[in-house]
Design a protein around this ligand. Structure first.
Ligand SMILES: Nc1ncnc2c1ncn2[C@@H]1O[C@H](COP(=O)(O)OP(=O)(O)O)[C@@H](O)[C@H]1O
Ligand SMILES: [Mg+2]
Length: 374
């Protein structure tokens, strides 16, 4: 019925989505293309573990949204299914101290959390290695978003313990994969020399995907997530173009989902370019949202203060921060550095009329957008 007014309109019990879950952040895609050489290098480094030896340590780096976490999840999935190698991925944005990292490892090995009170690090560590030796197992630990351990000054201690496990506990075999999304951080350079001397990792780099790769990957995702014909080629191309501008595949996946929701809002069976453009106003902040989500209370407080004092000198910002939180200058400058490294704020040195140089602090995003997401 070509002139049916309901044609192309969605009824209440219909959806453009076949499976909305495929657009969620923790979804591990079935197919993982355009990362063949990186997967090869990682497998090469892990192969000794399968033979019962200590694997090669590896550093994985690359900008956000380039498939680093997914690569490790895929490999660990294979290791668990096909070998006896133990593996655990620690999200350092959540577990950002040595103790927290080892608690997570403990939990993965024993299947229950360590007692939350009173157990020393040494004991925790000892129980982990005893178990590995007893079970004759090799362990691979992935420290995902390891940059967060650096921001908290916990990276050297954590790595030192992991890398020297076989010396402190004879027979323990542990390999480490560290994953960093912060390209301005020179991981090796920032470690203590005692760690540098035992850490000679293989390096695997994940560059941003080009627009053709992005179209290819997102087409696959759209096919799984939407009913047939919901997203056409011009719409997909626009999504890919916007994603390539940001370089983060997460933007594209979020765009697809939001564009689908926008189409549903119009009760349309198909996504149009307008749905994509509108979605972009939110999706372009996905990286910001992710960075803000991991912040502590005092870190959030400073973001709020800077939003209200956007562009002012560091001294003035400190006064306001101190008034709000009661925290001192040392903590203030630590947090400032962390926010700067996370790309949430920008600190620019300026000459202040003959009185030397001072830092002006401003948000790297529109203050409204930041405050909305706090
Ligand atoms: N080659 C790929 N094929 C399919 N999906 C991918 C691919 N690379 C990344 N993704 C998807 O993009 C998003 C970001 O990937 P992720 O591995 O979390 O990036 P990173 O850890 O580098 O920030 C995830 O939703 C992931 O499923
Ligand atoms: Mg990641």
């Amino acid at each position: 019925m070509p002139d049916d007014p309901e044609e192309g309109m969605l009824s209440w019990d219909e959806s453009v989505f076949r499976d909305e879950h495929v657009f969620e952040i923790d979804y591990v895609p079935e197919s993982f293309k355009h990362r063949e050489s990186q997967m090869q290098s990682l497998k090469y480094a892990l192969r000794p573990a399968v033979r019962g030896s200590r694997p090669l340590n590896t550093i994985v780096s690359g900008p956000p949204g380039t498939g680093k976490t997914t690569a490790v999840q895929k490999l660990f999935g294979e290791l668990s299914a096909e070998t006896d190698v133990r593996n655990v991925r620690v999200n350092c944005q959540v577990d950002s101290t040595r103790y927290a990292v080892f608690s997570r490892i403990f939990e993965a090995i024993f299947d229950y959390e360590p007692p939350s009170s009173g157990i020393s690090f040494k004991k925790l560590f000892g129980q982990i290695t005893d178990r590995l030796v007893e079970d004759d197992e090799v362990l691979v630990v992935a420290l995902d978003d390891v940059n967060y351990l650096f921001y908290e000054n916990e990276a050297s201690d954590t790595l030192y313990s992991l890398l020297r496990a076989h010396e402190a506990h004879s027979g323990a075999r542990i390999g480490v994969i560290i994953i960093s999304s912060d390209l301005s951080l020179d991981v090796i350079e920032e470690l203590d020399t005692r760690v540098q001397s035992v850490f000679r990792p293989e390096e695997v780099y994940f560059p941003v995907y080009d627009e053709r790769d992005i179209v290819d990957i997102l087409r696959e995702r759209a096919k799984r997530g939407f009913h047939e014909g919901v997203v056409g080629t011009p719409e997909l191309d626009r999504v890919a173009e916007l994603t390539a501008e940001k370089g983060d595949l997460r933007v594209g996946i979020d765009l697809l989902r939001r564009a689908g929701l926008n189409a549903e809002m119009r009760a349309s069976r198909t996504v149009n370019v307008g749905d994509v453009e509108e979605a972009y106003e939110k999706s372009k902040y996905i990286h910001l949202s992710r960075s803000l989500r991991g912040l502590s209370e005092s870190e959030t407080a400073l973001v709020r203060v800077i939003a209200e004092h956007d562009g002012e000198q560091a001294g003035e910002v400190y006064d306001a921060f101190h008034e709000d939180t009661g925290l001192g200058y040392t903590r203030y400058s630590e947090i400032t550095n962390k926010l700067d490294q996370l790309g949430i704020i920008e600190a620019a040195y300026t000459d202040v009329g003959g009185r030397g140089r001072s830092r002006a602090l401003s948000l790297a995003y529109d203050p409204e957008a930041v405050l909305d997401r706090l």
